[in-house]
Design a protein around this ligand. Structure first.
Ligand code: KG4
Ligand code: ZN
Length: 332
């Protein structure tokens, strides 16, 4: 029954979790509002905020889980990919605790952890496909076991989350725009405006054309109607979201057919999107797939997913030592 403390600090969320025998007892995340005024994450500010928040979230997770720090059997932490300064805070903190408590260190790949978030409340069958959609990545991952994953499709430019955030910025919505596009889209007509889906062969994605199309669309319309965006915000958001979801559904369908796989999971911050969640559920029903989607708190960056990924590595005794370092560009 290992008890793990898990730490996530790869971008702008400082998070700590307690994972006991594969169950998440606490998952405490503080988001960094400081980036809103800059319209995106400022790496140096992110590192400083992690430093301010990390003791608080670890303390809160231990209290919430009602455990004593001496019960902790291992420390799982995000090694990468992510912002190097931000990762450094979590890695250094994890190393220090491991040294003081004399317990093993478990390095976790952030993208694998997003995939593993699906194992917190369920047990998807192997092999399965995971559609990982976050602010920095868009991947179709062939998952053969908790420790064996292969990316079979990915974006050649912007990630799905970036497509949400960058188009939202063009519409004048604050960062991060994804959740706000989702909110407006719920009241809008997804078929009112047509945007290009981006044509890329095979299982790869491209979202940069959508961003440019929205930019020209807004520029052209405000010439005749200066308040066009505000007056049509719900329909514009619904149409943009509809386009992004349509691309994602086409590619996951293609991947499932190519590999003959019928278990599909969803992961990453964009999997919090209500339209995407219901689109994948509906597609799954039509296709006869078994679909798994993590609970909201495990979609965006969180330490719970680091804890569950760390748990499977703990079972394999896959530990690292004090020489471990953060890796900004860590592949799956
Ligand atoms: O996985 P994540 O928390 O951080 C990265 O590792 O990138 O993903 C953050 C991304 C942002 O682009 C954010 O706008 C997007 O997830 N996001 C959403 C929603 N909630 C978060 N996008 C669309 N709809 C949402 N409800
Ligand atoms: Zn992430």
């Amino acid at each position: 029954m290992p008890v793990l403390l898990a730490i996530e600090s790869s971008c702008d969320d400082t998070s700590a979790a307690i994972c006991k025998d594969g169950k998440i007892l606490a998952n405490i995340t503080t988001s960094q509002a400081i980036h809103i005024e800059w319209g995106g994450v400022v790496p140096e500010l992110a590192s400083r905020e992690h430093l301010k928040n990390i003791v608080f979230v670890v303390d809160a997770a231990i209290k919430h889980a009602k455990i004593h720090k001496n019960e902790i059997d291992g420390i799982a932490f995000t090694q990468g990919p992510g912002l190097i300064g931000a990762l450094m805070v979590g890695v250094s903190f994890a190393k220090a605790i491991a040294l003081v408590l004399d317990i093993p260190l478990i390095s976790v790949n952030h993208m694998q952890a997003h995939v593993m978030a699906n194992f917190i409340d369920a047990e998807p069958a192997f092999p399965h496909l995971c559609l990982t959609v976050s602010g920095g990545h868009t991947q179709i991952v062939l998952v053969e076991s908790p420790n064996k994953m292969r990316v079979i499709g990915e974006t050649i430019d912007d990630a799905a989350g970036e497509a949400f955030d960058k188009t939202a910025k063009i519409l004048g919505l604050p960062y991060p725009g994804g959740p706000l596009v989702d909110k407006h889209a719920q009241q809008g007509n997804p078929l009112r405006f047509k945007f290009p889906e981006g044509k890329v062969e095979g299982l790869n994605f491209s979202f940069s054309g959508l961003k440019t199309a929205v930019l020209y669309f807004v520029r052209d319309h405000i010439v005749e109607e200066p308040d066009f965006v505000v007056n049509n915000m719900d329909d514009i958001c619904a149409s943009i979201q509809h386009t992004i979801i349509a691309v994602l559904m086409k590619k996951i369908t293609m991947a499932a057919e190519m590999h003959g796989i019928t278990t599909i999971t969803l992961a990453g911050g964009v999997s919090a999107n209500s339209g995407l969640r219901s689109a994948l559920q509906q597609l799954g029903e039509t296709k006869g797939w078994k679909v798994h989607i993590p609970a909201f708190q495990y979609c965006t960056d969180n330490a719970g997913m680091i804890g569950i990924a760390g748990y499977y590595k703990f079972l394999e005794k896959d530990f690292c030592d004090q020489t471990v370092e953060p890796i900004a560009r860590l592949g799956i």
